[in-house]
Design a protein around this ligand. Structure first.
Ligand code: P6P
Length: 341
């Protein structure tokens, strides 16, 4: 018997589509195409553990089918779902060198939205059965409708996003998204393929005791980050904090949003621009963070104020509970010369 007490994702979209400042039906079709793709990818991710039966990527599986790398597979699934719903005029993806112009569908150049996606973030964790995620960012095109999409449609500041979210394929599969009116989380009941509103109005606690960073890079960090880490670790006031970092941005971000915490991927001598991608990782995460009482900066400047210059550009990111991000920024401010990425 389906749980009739809880709102489904489909019902939630209909109940809230008047908040979407553009055509109500368009948001529904966008989120519904992502919902469908999430279920398909979830099924494949969950059986990835059978890889020695199913065949490594690049080999053929027991059905004699070519086994795709899961991130390539996820990319294909999300692209197909978005293209088939005839709602986007272009797609950018971590798995695609350049943006994809939707051709072949009638009037695809008249579609109003572009989607930027990291189809399977943290995919190296699949082989060790650790959670992974999909991250998406949605904009209205800025070039004339009816013409082929252009790079300007993708290089928009994070402030211009109309929706953003992630799917976390964890102990349960959740879809978490915002259209600028708060953040809501939906948990998949895999038995019936329905997402239920399980986490309404998600918000970061103002502060927390969890910091998420790859401390193995300590010697390569800017001095401000080193000072902040020592602050987190000293015996004083509410510290030392707890270090929690699983190598999957979506999972670390999701846990910190629920419990309170900060995620940092700073610049380093090894990654002078940082590692995470502005357009399809940092901007959507920043939109979610700010909609959930949190903050997201590059250590100095708000992520969503950064003007993108390249499709796959990397930026540093400090995101999470607002007082924790502000404390980290205070340490960074002592070294303005480090803002040189
Ligand atoms: P490192 C995964 O590759 C990812 O993009 C994020 O999900 C994760 O937080 C980070 O990179 C891990 O990077 O350099 O610490 O292994």
């Amino acid at each position: 018997m389906e749980n009739l007490q809880h709102t489904t994702l489909g019902e939630f979209i209909i109940e809230n589509q008047k908040q979407f400042k553009y055509s109500s039906g368009e948001l529904s079709r966008l989120i519904n195409s992502i919902r469908l793709a999430a279920k398909i990818v979830n099924h494949e991710v969950n059986k990835a553990g059978l890889v020695d039966i199913l065949g490594e990527a690049g080999e053929t599986n027991i059905q004699g089918e070519d086994q795709q790398k899961l991130d390539v597979y996820a990319n294909d699934v999300f692209k197909s779902a978005l293209i088939n719903r005839e709602i986007v005029c272009g797609i950018a993806s971590e798995e695609e060198d350049d943006f994809v112009t939707i051709e072949g569908k009638e009037n695809s150049h008249s579609n109003k939205y572009v989607v930027l996606i990291d189809p399977l973030d943290g995919s190296s964790n699949i082989d060790v059965n650790v959670s992974v995620g999909t991250i998406f960012s949605i904009y209205r095109r800025v070039t004339p409708e009816g013409t082929p999409v252009r790079i300007e449609d993708f290089l928009q500041k994070g402030n211009e996003q109309v929706a953003a979210g992630y799917i976390v394929y964890g102990t349960s599969t959740m879809l978490v998204y915002t259209t600028g009116h708060g953040v809501n989380g939906f948990t998949l009941n895999p038995a019936i393929g329905t997402f239920y509103l399980s986490h309404p109005n998600m918000e970061f606690p103002d502060t927390g005791k969890i910091y998420s960073i790859n401390e193995g890079n300590y010697v390569h960090f800017p001095q401000g980050v080193k000072d902040y880490l020592k602050y987190c670790q000293e015996e004083k006031d509410d510290r030392p904090y707890t270090s929690r970092y699983i190598g999957s941005l979506v999972s670390d971000f999701h846990r910190n949003m629920i419990k309170g915490g900060i995620y940092l991927y700073p610049t380093s001598s090894k990654s002078p621009q940082g590692k995470l991608r502005l357009l399809y990782e940092c901007n959507p995460i920043a939109f979610l963070a700010e909609q959930a009482n949190g903050k997201a900066t590059d250590g100095y400047v708000r992520i969503m104020d950064l003007k993108p210059t390249e499709l796959h550009q990397r930026v540093p990111i400090f995101c999470g509970s607002p007082t924790m991000v502000e404390k980290a920024e205070a340490f960074m401010a002592k070294y303005p010369e480090d803002k040189n990425y």
